[in-house]
Design a protein around this ligand. Structure first.
Ligand code: URP
Ligand code: ZN
Ligand code: ZN
Length: 471
């Protein structure tokens, strides 16, 4: 007996059709009109859109950072993702500078063990190279790729903690090119930013607002150009994470037009939040919006939306890195540089992008699926398993009601923070039912906001090395 999703509209990146979807075991077996229901359990999707489960390729669960640890662990973080319609996350394992990539992998596998509730994968952040000319660590990159970790993260910001120099970046890029892996880049000029931060603090500018002013769009644009140029020199494929502003976008587009193998994402928050609205410099509450890159002036939002339409930006992720306001953000009261950087968002990505993207007429439902599901799967080497509604793929399926209204609030969310960045916003469009490998894990009509699967059921997904799908 299979499970038959009937009477819905199947939305893929390539188009939409009235079709039924048959799930057998953990996979989709048939997609077609008028499928026979005899012998199957039927799920009625009348009036609903049947979409692939979301893939958020940028989360930080249970991550030590800024003197504390991100508030969602693999259980609360993946449950929150599922409740919002996301069925796969790609999290980051961070190499400790004095240790190995294998150690980092072991640490993150332990964090997720018996805790992940949906499928997940990992990027490996390289923070130091060991051995002559970095050979030991570069060799470890081969082992990572064999294990299914096919993307490497490089931080150009956070001096003395995670920041790498150009030499390390170039060596990792050369090795990635050899391995057909993808380099994910946090692009901000960390050295220049740290000088500005110190100067601002010395002038008594300690409030959260100055965090945003200390990390200029130009510092991001410079690093974006440098990373893509270095990758271009050695034939590596790069993916710029959390691109936040028009200047960085200009550099990306310039290099893409010149044939560089460069992809990029933006995040929900940069599309709808701004310095003017969320961080005008009036209160400590603005610490809720301290993340890096910071919020930008409103005028940067439309160029980002434009880039989601013209294809220069390929993905919308969240950079979900949650810290509680009451006790964790508090660590930076009186010194914005000590506020743990990051915001919660994994639960609300699809609602926000649907409401402000699809409902506002900026993107089509098909492009929504492409940005949130299909492109992340293909770029990160799991397009044969996830990211589309097609026979043979995992039955990670989202039944989406485009008409239902939902009020976002920390009071009802699953994320472990005591605030929500979109508190009180009413959005139209929400996940109704969510299936992960064929199992109903969320039913927001019958049991709103509740994860129904067993804790720890999520599996590590091995990914292919495909250089971001770029030729
Ligand atoms: O503020 C942020 N984004 N925190 C998480 C780490 C990072 O840079 O992505
Ligand atoms: Zn980052
Ligand atoms: Zn991040």
């Amino acid at each position: 007996m299979g499970m038959l999703i009937k009477n819905g509209t199947v939305v893929n990146a390539t188009g939409s059709e009235r079709a039924d979807v048959l799930i057998e075991g953990e996979r989709i077996s048939v997609v077609g009109a008028g499928l026979d229901e005899i012998g199957h359990k039927v799920v009625d999707a009348t009036g609903l859109l049947v979409m692939p489960g979301g893939i958020d390729m940028h989360t930080h669960l249970d991550m030590p950072f800024g003197g504390t640890t991100s508030a969602d662990d693999y259980t609360t973080g993946t449950q929150a993702a599922a409740v919002g319609g996301t069925t796969t996350v790609i999290d980051f394992a961070l190499q400790n500078q004095s240790s190995t990539l294998q150690d980092a992998l072991d640490t993150w596998l332990k964090k997720s063990d018996n805790k992940a509730c949906i499928d997940f994968s990992l990027h490996m952040a390289v923070t130091n190279l060991h051995g002559k000319n970095g050979e030991e660590t570069l060799r470890e990159m081969e082992a990572m790729v064999k294990f299914g970790i096919t993307s490497f993260k490089l931080f150009m910001a956070y001096p003395n903690v995670l920041m790498i120099n150009d030499e390390l970046m170039f060596r990792v890029m050369q090795k990635s090119a050899e391995l057909n892996a993808l380099c994910c880049i946090h692009a901000e000029n960390g050295s220049a930013i740290d000088i500005v931060v110190a100067q601002m603090l010395a002038e008594g500018k300690t409030e959260p607002h100055y965090h945003a002013l200390s990390r200029s769009s130009k510092a991001e644009a410079e690093a974006t150009h440098r990373a893509i140029a270095l990758a271009d020199m050695c034939g590596a494929a790069v993916y710029i994470v959390h691109l936040s502003n028009e200047y960085a976008l200009d550099e990306l587009k310039f290099m893409q037009q010149r044939g560089a193998r460069a992809l990029a994402e933006t995040c929900t928050q940069y599309l709808v939040l701004s310095i003017e609205d969320q961080m005008p410099g009036k209160s400590w509450e603005e610490a809720k919006f301290v993340f890096t890159p910071p919020l930008r002036e409103k005028r940067h939002q439309e160029p980002l939306w434009g880039a989601l339409c013209d294809g220069s930006l390929a993905v919308v992720s969240t950079d979900h890195c949650p810290f509680r306001f009451a006790d964790q953000k508090e660590l930076g009261r009186g010194d914005f540089s000590k506020i743990p950087n990051g915001g919660p968002g994994v639960e609300n990505r699809l609602q926000i992008l649907w409401h402000f993207g699809v409902n506002a007429g900026r993107i089509s439902p098909e492009r929504f699926v492409e940005l949130c599901c299909t492109n992340p799967a293909k770029i990160f080497g799991m397009g044969k398993k996830k990211g589309s509604i097609a026979p043979g793929l995992d039955a990670d399926i989202l039944l989406w009601d485009p008409k239902v209204e939902y009020i976002i609030s920390a009071a009802t969310q699953c994320m472990a923070t005591d605030y929500n960045m979109f508190e009180g916003w009413t959005v139209r469009g929400n996940a109704v039912k969510v299936f992960s490998r064929g199992q109903l894990v969320v039913d927001n009509t019958a049991q709103p906001g509740k994860f129904l699967g067993e804790t720890g059921r999520g599996r590590f997904i091995k990914r292919e090395a495909n250089a971001g799908g770029l030729a």
